[in-house]
Unconditional design. Structure first.
Ligand code: ZN
Length: 463
């Protein structure tokens, strides 16, 4: 073969193989195997699909970024459009679930409005598989683990508050893979109230933990509302809110990690040997460095408007009836020093106050929270090393199932939790610990406590 012919052949091969790759990428987003399964939209995700019999399909959950080295427990999320459903109906088995709890997924006819399947349409086949029966009434349906909340949903919501004079929007940097702005909302009134305190909140570190986005909408709507609650909150506080910490993970349809399969939650890497480790180390993930360098470092050093509360919003797989819960740290009594006891008391008081505004539908905290968080690099660990008991830094987990109600919870109940948070923040006197309630008092919790310190710590380490 002449050299020139060889080059042409090589070029042809190169173009051919590239075009094949493009086709297979597109095909991966839409697979037809009797039915068609489409994930070609934001937060779309499904793994391997096989037809088991005439009317039963198996749909495996996908690992984040198809990375099989990630723990099984990370597999929670899917969102898939199913097309060409016959009028006789079909059964879909969602399998390789990373958690053993029975639950009811959601569906949508238009990809926008979602609701739960009836409980009778869902059965648990084994601890990692549920089967959903589709009646065939609709020939195409979107089906997801729970109510999706994408970066587009956030943008739509954010655009609805942009013109509010109490809201300032800035960018902390662009996400490393999809180049999406990681935004900071600053909400307060224009008054230069010298007593204003700062509240730090961030959400969606774990990509598909959607409950927290609805909590934030409920909270932000309340802060911006016309009544006395909104007016008081804007007068007393400066809210610094990062609604979407991990937009790459959200866009890619991941459950927990970013585009590099990093669990950002435990990577707030700082130097423990220095007294006030304000800045994260270079080895920390870029998303964490954006938040830290461009917002949290300023917030934590602000002596005029000191930060008093830092909320880290998450969502958790759980038993059907587990309500939303917090991870409080340390505990009462002599196992802890006075600062540790003081943080514990502040956290229990805040949890009690939130519960009192949420009809008691918060998990009663254990008798002791432990200090497991000190062994890793959560944002709460960073706050503790910098401010000890001065900042109540705590994680709130919404749950996806019934959460203390007698029905499957929807965005409405999550938004109501945001309203309860607003009330609790307004009713907390962060400066006067002597105003605190008795931290042993459990009367505001509707359900008996079901989690021990050990269970809670184990969940926290893996949350
Ligand atoms: Zn989480």
């Amino acid at each position: 073969m002449k050299k020139e012919q060889f080059l042409w052949l090589f070029l042809f091969f190169l173009i051919y193989s590239c075009s094949q790759e493009t086709i297979s990428e597109q095909e991966n987003k839409k697979i037809c195997n009797g039915l068609c399964f489409n994930t070609d939209f934001e937060s779309g995700s499904i793994g391997k699909i096989s037809k088991l019999s005439q009317d039963v399909w198996s749909l495996e959950l996908k690992n984040d970024n198809d990375n099989s080295s990630l723990p099984d427990s990370y597999r929670t999320w899917w969102n898939v459009k199913v097309e060409y459903i016959p009028s006789s109906g079909v059964k879909l088995r969602f399998t390789k679930l990373g958690f053993p709890y029975f639950f009811v997924p959601v569906f949508s006819i238009n990809g926008k409005d979602w609701k739960h399947f009836p409980e009778s349409a869902v059965k648990q086949i084994d601890p990692t598989t549920i089967e959903v029966s589709l009646s065939g009434e609709q020939s195409s349906l979107w089906i997801a683990r729970t109510f999706p909340y994408t970066t587009k949903d956030y943008t739509e919501y954010r655009n609805s508050i942009t013109t509010n004079p109490n809201v300032k929007i800035s960018s902390l940097g662009n996400s490393p893979f999809k180049n999406t702005s990681i935004e900071l909302l600053t909400i307060t009134n224009a008054n230069q109230n010298p007593d204003k305190k700062t509240i730090w909140i961030h959400a969606r570190t774990h990509a598909a933990e959607v409950g927290s986005s609805y909590v934030l909408e409920g909270l932000i709507n309340t802060i911006l509302s016309d009544g006395s609650l909104g007016t008081d909150l804007r007068q007393k506080y400066i809210f610094k809110i990062v609604p979407m910490h991990n937009p790459d993970g959200i866009i890619l349809g991941n459950y927990r990690t970013n585009s590099a399969s990093i669990n950002l939650e435990s990577q707030w890497l700082f130097d423990r040997t220095i007294l006030h480790p304000i800045y994260l180390q270079d080895t920390a993930p870029v998303e964490n460095k954006f938040l830290n360098k461009n917002a949290m470092s300023t917030v934590i050093e602000d002596e005029v408007h000191p930060v008093v509360l830092a909320l880290n919003l998450h969502s958790s797989n759980s038993d059907i009836n587990t309500p939303a819960f917090f991870f409080p740290h340390f505990g009462p009594g002599n196992n802890y020093d006075s600062q540790q006891q003081n943080l514990w008391n502040k956290q229990i008081n805040f949890i009690q106050t939130v519960a009192s505004f949420y009809d008691g539908r918060i998990e009663a905290p254990p008798a002791d929270g432990g200090n497991g968080f000190l062994n890793t690099y959560f944002p709460e660990t960073w706050f503790w090393y910098n401010k000890k008991d001065v900042v109540n830094a705590i994680t709130l987990e919404t749950t996806y199932s019934k959460a203390g109600y007698d029905y499957w919870v929807t965005p409405k109940e999550w938004k109501q939790l945001g309203v309860a948070l607003a009330h609790a923040i307004n009713n907390s006197n962060f400066n006067k610990p002597n105003m605190m309630k008795d931290s042993e008092d459990r009367s505001m919790f509707k359900l008996p406590s079901t989690m021990t310190k050990e269970q809670l710590q184990k969940m926290e380490i893996n949350h």
